[in-house]
Ligand binder design. Sequence first.
Ligand code: WQD
Length: 355
Amino acid sequence: MSDKKTILVTGGAGFIGSHTCVELLQAGYNVVVVDDLSNSSEKAIERVRAIVADAEAAGKAPAGAASSIAFHQLNILDRDALSAVFDAQPVDAVIHFAGFKAVGESVEKPLEYYHNNLTGTFVLCDVMREHGCKSIVFSSSATVYGEPDSVPLTESAPKKPATNPYGWTKWMIEQILTDLHTADPEWDVVLLRYFNPIGAHESGLIGEDPKGIPNNLVPYVAQVAVGKLEAVGVFGDDYPTPDGTGVRDYIHVVDLARGHVAALDWMTGRTGVEVINLGTGKGSSVLDVIHAFERACGHELPYVIKPRRAGDIAENYADPAKARELLGWQAEYDLDRMCEDSWRWQSGNPNGYAD
Ligand code: WQD
């Protein structure tokens, strides 16, 4: 009887999910991925296996790690299909990434966002409860802080009303999971509030693969760097920041993934609700990112100053002390490394997983 814990990862074929699967496998967990592939590719799972097989061969992962991941294509709204996965093996904890996540799209399609993200979470928690699994790590976001009153942001900063349905789903799911624990103290809930995840695994085999024109800065910059897009649009240079452009706390997706493993390791045997920021504690401007990416790709990147984007805030970055003190985790990689790894992925896979 294996004493390896089994983690079910919803949305595990996605950008953050796939990177987290690599770290879970390398840390000796069994992984079961459920993903409907609506915004991801099964190729990511194949590449996760390849990355971990290389780590195994190099003695950097436990024997058998690469074959300790299973994949089921399903939408968590499909209760019977999800329940069958829990029937197939005991699940010790769930990391919940699955959800629509495009801010602009959520404004155009609120019903689809609330149904997919909220009802999906209701079904997930109900099936978990039915199978006696009450440990969940939720992929939340610094977006719940809205326009901060001050920076750096600690976990005690107040949650603010969201400015779009996507942000509301993060806000509401945090509340739903908190209420679940209040009603049944056996629930073990960790709410990880991500700042701005960017970068890619150093192998260049997995990375961010947005559909259509990227909404987020770094995938857009990467596509300019590889020649798929003309120039970066800088959304405003009149913010009250050092160079006038927006400041964010960019965190390497591998650091973020390792934060999930640290959270799972910490959760053993506890119950409660814990909010934890996952950021570096360092703010970088849009122009900082563009120049770091120029260093990574080795050529200048054209950009034009455009009007501010509706709903954007001037600045946010984390106070990462709680994650360091509670989980023994802190981000290791700097902005240059994030851009180097992002460039390796983008230049090696100009069309993402479609290549
Ligand atoms: C970063 C900075 C823009 C694009 C959002 C969500 C958050 C999370 C991450 C999903 C800002 C500027 C951007 C561009 C630009 N979402 N920018 N030109 O808005 O901080 O966070 O994505 O997981 O929940 O809110 O990220 O990358 O869109 O913007 O100048 O083409 O880059 O104004 O200052 P954001 P972003």
